[in-house]
Design a protein around this ligand. Structure first.
Ligand code: SAM
Length: 329
């Protein structure tokens, strides 16, 4: 197992298969690369099927056993089923998607070996959904959720980003997941680090308070210190990374960008590492270097000054990337 210099084991990888997307969500960080929306046709810089598989084979050598495919919209990749089918057997495989293409492909993905799926859904109201995603695919997404459940891609987690424009939809989303077996709700705190608009953020502690006072049962999850709230069979999990050094000290993930660069932290683009021509030895070297240079974002890369504001830690300011994260105070 790989460990970074902060003692954090690396057990999972998150691979962006494309930065193309058929939605244009107003809040999207695009896996830390910001708004790179471009043409929907396949692009030549996208990591190839062969390179994804070779990378995963190297990860397996180091005991990494979980992979999440993301994007952009990963289902725009027509080779997604092939990638999943060729992913080494030891991996748990999950996918984050906007759900539009699940009605036609959920069963094929399950047959290829996909274990479970996260589907983004920020509102159950058609007009609000259209405003948030700049897409008219609401009905497709709802039937995509059905298809994922039918194909056994469970638990199907609905990802809802929580900020001013969505917080009011929380009760209806809780009702929605409580009525169906196999559906979970994952509330993701709005992250302004790479997207700006910090005034959209709401106090996530208020959301915790709301659930604490209503849930039948509360559970603390070790990984990322996430809290889970149970309502009968329904489960709501809150992912609250912003300004949360506990969250960062429990991060066990490295990332790969759609164009094949390794990335040690969602919030940073000054640590991107090329894997060269993607020979196994080059991948091994880049992976080891990335892991050895991983730094918890909140608590080490950013530290608090005497006034309690996050500031850049001088120690890590020698990196070569061109984008600095947004400072959230
Ligand atoms: N297109 C896919 C989807 O819609 O799920 C995968 C890519 S999307 C970037 C992956 C996840 O990031 C989604 O669940 C989305 O809700 C979340 N996300 C995007 N921007 C975010 C932000 N600024 N703050 C918090 N979560 C965000």
């Amino acid at each position: 197992m790989l460990k970074d210099s902060f003692g954090r084991e690396v057990s999972s990888v998150r691979i962006s298969l494309t930065d193309r997307c058929n939605f244009d969500c107003i809040y999207c960080h695009n896996e830390g690369l910001g708004d790179t929306r471009g043409p929907l046709d396949p692009q030549t810089d996208e990591i190839s099927t062969e390179d994804v598989i070779r990378f995963l084979e190297v990860c397996e050598e180091f005991g990494i056993n979980s992979v999440k495919f993301t994007g952009g919209e990963p289902m725009l990749r027509q080779d997604l089923e092939e990638i999943i089918r060729r992913t080494p057997q030891s991996f748990e495989i999950s996918l984050t998607t906007n759900g539009t293409f699940l009605p036609e492909r959920a069963q094929a993905l399950a047959d290829a070996g996909l274990d479970r799926v996260n589907i983004s859904l920020d509102a159950l109201d058609r007009d609000s959904f259209a405003k948030l995603t700049k897409s008219g695919a609401f009905d497709k997404v709802l039937s995509g959720i059905d298809s994922a459940l039918e194909a056994g891609l469970t638990p199907v987690k609905l990802n809802m980003v929580i900020f001013r424009q969505t917080a009011g939809f929380i009760p209806s989303m809780v009702d929605f997941i409580s009525q169906r077996d196999g559906l979970h709700l994952q509330l993701i705190e709005y992250m302004p680090e790479l997207t700006g608009n910090s005034d959209w953020a709401i106090k996530i502690s208020d959301v915790h308070d709301y659930f604490r006072s209503r849930a039948d049962r509360v559970e603390q999850r070790y990984m990322h210190s996430r809290k889970r709230y149970w309502f009968g069979k329904g489960m709501v999990e809150i992912v609250d990374p912003v300004g949360n050094s506990d969250f960062c000290s429990n991060c066990h993930r490295v990332r790969v960008t759609h164009d094949g660069y390794l990335k040690g932290c969602l919030n940073r683009n000054d640590d991107l590492k090329s894997m060269g021509e993607m020979t196994k030895q080059e991948i091994r070297d880049a992976l080891l270097a990335t892991v050895s240079e991983r730094v918890p974002f909140y608590g080490a890369y950013l530290i608090k000054n005497e006034d309690g504001h996050w500031i850049f830690n001088e120690k890590y300011q020698n990196s070569t990337g061109d984008r600095k994260p947004y400072l959230y105070s």
